[in-house]
Design a protein around this ligand. Sequence first.
Ligand SMILES: [Zn+2]
Length: 478
Amino acid sequence: MPAFLFSVARRTPRLRLAPLRLAIACCAAVHAWAACGAPATAVVPAGIARGIITPEQPMWMAGYGSRDHRAEGKVHDLHVKAVAIGEPAVVLVTLDLVGIDRDTTRRITTLLAERHGIARERVAINCSHTHCGPIVGSTLVTMFALPQEELDLRTAYTRMVEDRVVDCVGRALADRKPARVGWGQGTCSVAVNRRENKEADVPAIRAAGRPLRGPFDHDVPVLAIHDEDGQIRAAVFGYACHATVLSFYEWCGDYPGFACLELERRHPGATAVFWAGCGGDQNPVPRRTLELAEAYGGRLADAVDAVLDEGALRPIAGPIDARYAEVPLELAAIPDRTAWEKTLAEGNRFEKSRARHLLALLDRDGRLDAAYPAYPVQAWRLGDGGPRWIFLGGEVVVDYAARLKTEFGRETTWVAGYSNDVMAYIPSRRVLAEGGYEGAGAMVYYGLPAPWAENVEERIVDAVRRVVTPLPAAGGDR
Ligand SMILES: [Zn+2]
């Protein structure tokens, strides 16, 4: 019987983490993975649950500043899904939402700790970034200047999401039963670097057989959960690309939602779970029709199925290590009150909205923070030799995936963005220097008073290094 090693992070004043390893014997009998032809693998407890978070009444939609009225209908439901693996479990929560803020995440993780005893570092909450979901919490707080009635709907909806996440996680924990958990990686070429390629030019470039400009990340990490008889129970997969095919007024999960529906159609009884990677500067191109969203979802489902079908899934067994940290991220120089008063008088409606928000903070606090106080960084190591799964907050550009995969090993490193707190775009040093929407301009919609400071990439990468599990001295892929 192999032993599972679990790591618990303890908070320290500085990075708020310090590993405390506990060896816990677990029911990890080794069996053959007969149905898939995969090598012998351990049995790991795993549970899956889902719930619906489609708003129950019409409300404002998130994602595009041009939105000017409430949603009018629904293409398909929005979901919360939860996947619990191990004992004690790590729990991935996915939401078909544009993003959630840190207060919402904290309420959820506090409730999960109280009701289910889950340590903070063992819960990761990822949003698909669909632009056909509702406004929620304080995410993109200054994108719209909404009347109180709409804000009240938003508050009520946010509380509903919190309750449903906690309920869903409880059911996923209760659903845990012996499973074979494997992982692999496919590829899908839907994502296009939207900073480097003009959207209108992309079809002609493709037709001419010329390469699109990068960088991009076409990897499709897959975590597969099978029961002991070889039946698939869940396919958990990531992709680094904005969920912005659609911009109409109907609730929809966009291409990730269609990818999940297609996988669940092909594998009746299974749950498909999408998590968003570092697609802050990536778009699906072309866009704007339901048919395209379905087609991209189908291509992503094909990529996942190729990993499932080739029978080459690598088993997850051994220690499941989890760590979490929050670090302050400094901002560039912040304009003074006079500048915000001028913007309030002369700016466009988005600039005015941000100025109004910041002046209210100045009235309340007498100052604006020179840093975002708590940028979240999280890392799981799924077993001996299993993938390192890194979760970053914000709309992370693809450079971070490239850098972290280079540093920690492309085959064994998964990097999620849009996790735990979506407070802004997260440009790399390169993108920050270039400027533009992801480098600076989008801050106006997130209500932050300045672009990130020049050290943003180094601050985040340093924090990641501190939460990534050190490899045994004997070697590895680092
Ligand atoms: Zn975005």
